[in-house]
Design a protein around this ligand. Structure first.
Ligand SMILES: C[S@@+](CC[C@H](N)C(=O)[O-])C[C@H]1O[C@@H](n2cnc3c(N)ncnc32)[C@H](O)[C@@H]1O
Length: 494
């Protein structure tokens, strides 16, 4: 029997229910395993149900209870993914006596994600946000400072001879990647008393989650409110948020067998009291793939979390991901404006962050200048008097885009484009090389997508500037971005 058949048998004998007449599992070229409609499926059809007890999380595994919940929390195993990683390692060691042994055997053991790329391959992602977000060092800190001491402190639970085989840094990264690419943020059933939450883990407070791959919605009639806070996050939450976050990151057998593609979702996972249900959200024709959603993420995020990119037809006929974005750091605006007064600039940036501003703004494929970038530029260009008044009013400048600010935006985008070591045309040319390794190809697709947005936005602004010049632009005083420093430093010296 192959792994998938064994998994399905395990799933059904463990209380899961699957409509085998409607749903099959097969390998899709380029996507790995996925679900397929075996006959026409109407919208709203329950494809499979997963009892909450089959979810693998730090609430359902018996490990936290065996360690002792106070010790578990004291060691901060309830924060982030480290606790779930340890549970997954420990359940693996239990072999067939673990409830999840068939499930764990079915999970991938290797990944194409950048976490496992060489330095040279990571160099191909220079300019994108992928490398900064890998969080390898933080993850390894958790391994050394939390996981290993816990394992070494309980030889009764973690037999010393198993440590160098099952509790290694390498396996830690594999488990982390399984969580990153396959887990769901599962809300606890509100009606469920805390003591019923897990077998031996009674009373574990809702687990904290650093985010996960996919969201689960409330039943359809409640989805509107659920969407508001169904944010995909991972690794970026600060400690306080983590402690308060009520949802639990969980591995959800079978639900994690569905692939995703931009704007293709036709099934989604919903919370019910006793189980989670994968339900079709559109009619699905026999033979079609059943797609879940990973949130229609940009290719940089798809690559970082899942190891693949989306290429669908764009409005201009090229292939790309319409969800691509370009991240622009506030530092770039500071660099372009050359304020010359570091202390004053720092004060403004600190204030901006205190006001809830971000240190990164996002340019999307609609090419609209990000309002936050406009406000930030205006803030950095204020004279000392204007700055004082702004602080008094306690309001960041309105995002009014005039020709002077537009010129700064233009310069910021040009500078952002230079952060990639190669040009758009170089990359497009390189992509034609059929001998490229998969990782280089994936990196190229990410770079090209981001550069396409930047170039188009620059072109659009050029057009707007020409229009403005034709109109009343010539009547206005023009400030070149490189004169901005002069403007600010002049106004600072009183
Ligand atoms: C939630 S799992 C889906 C099941 C997975 N295909 C398997 O074989 O077990 C997510 C992984 O599936 C693959 N995947 C999902 N959607 C894809 C797509 N559109 N193109 C390529 N790979 C995809 C990626 O490897 C991703 O990390």
């Amino acid at each position: 029997m192959d792994t998938v058949s064994e998994l399905l048998d395990w799933f059904q004998t463990s209380g899961g229910s699957l409509d085998r007449s409607s749903v099959g599992f097969t390998v899709f070229p380029g996507c790995g395993r996925g679900a397929v409609a075996l006959k026409d499926i109407p919208e709203g059809h329950v494809l499979f149900k997963i009892p909450r007890g089959l979810l693998l999380s730090a609430e359902t595994s018996s490990l936290p209870g065996l360690i002792g919940l106070d010790r578990w929390k004291e060691a901060k195993m309830h924060m982030g993914w480290v606790g779930l990683i340890l549970c997954m390692m420990w359940e693996t060691v239990q072999g067939p006596s673990s409830k999840w042994s068939k499930y764990l055997e079915s999970l991938p053991k290797t990944f194409d994600t950048p976490m496992f790329w060489s330095d040279a391959e990571l160099g191909e992602l220079k300019g994108t946000s992928v490398v900064d977000k890998l969080g390898k060092a933080d993850a390894e800190k958790d391994f050394t400072e939390k996981l290993l001491p816990m394992v070494q402190s309980r030889p009764d639970l973690f037999l010393p001879e198993t440590i160098s085989v099952y509790y290694t840094l390498e396996i830690y990264h594999v488990m982390g990647s399984r969580i990153l690419s396959r887990s769901f943020d599962v809300e606890k059933d509100e009606d469920q008393p805390e003591e019923d939450a897990g077998d031996e883990t009674d009373g574990v407070a809702a687990n904290t989650s650093l985010g996960s791959a996919m969201d689960v919605d409330l039943p359809q009639e409640e989805t509107e409110s659920a969407h508001g806070d169904s944010e995909h996050t991972d690794g970026d939450e600060d400690a306080e948020d983590e402690e308060e976050e009520p949802s639990g990151v969980s591995m959800v057998p079978l639900a994690d067998m569905l692939n995703a593609r931009y704007d293709s979702e036709n099934a989604k996972l919903f919370h019910e009291k006793d189980d989670l249900r994968m339900v079709s959200t559109k009619p699905i024709k026999a033979g079609e793939q059943i797609w879940n959603t990973y949130g229609d993420l940009p290719n940089a995020e798809l690559l970082r979390r899942y190891g693949h990119v989306d290429l669908v037809p764009l409005p201009n006929g090229e292939l790309g991901n319409p969800g691509d974005v370009v991240e622009i750091t506030a530092d770039l605006a500071v660099a372009v404006l050359q304020t010359g007064d570091d202390a004053a600039t720092k004060e403004r940036i600190d204030w901006w962050l205190e006001q809830g501003g971000d240190d990164v703004v996002v340019l999307e494929s609609d090419l609209e200048v990000p309002l936050a970038l406009v406000s930030l530029i205006r803030l950095l260009r204020l004279t000392a008097d204007e700055w004082e008044k702004t602080v008094e009013k306690d309001k960041v400048p309105k995002p009014k885009l005039d020709t002077e600010v537009l010129a700064v935006v233009y310069a910021v985008l040009e500078r952002r484009l230079k952060e990639y070591p190669s040009t758009f045309d170089d990359d497009v040319e390189l992509l034609r090389d059929e001998s490229l390794s998969l990782n280089r190809r994936l990196a190229l697709v990410v770079r090209i997508g981001e550069k396409r947005i930047l170039q188009s936005a620059i072109q659009k602004i050029k057009g707007q500037q020409l229009e403005a010049q034709k109109g009343d632009g010539s009547r206005k005083r023009k400030t070149r971005p490189d004169q901005e420093g002069e403007r600010m430093s002049k106004t600072q010296r009183r």
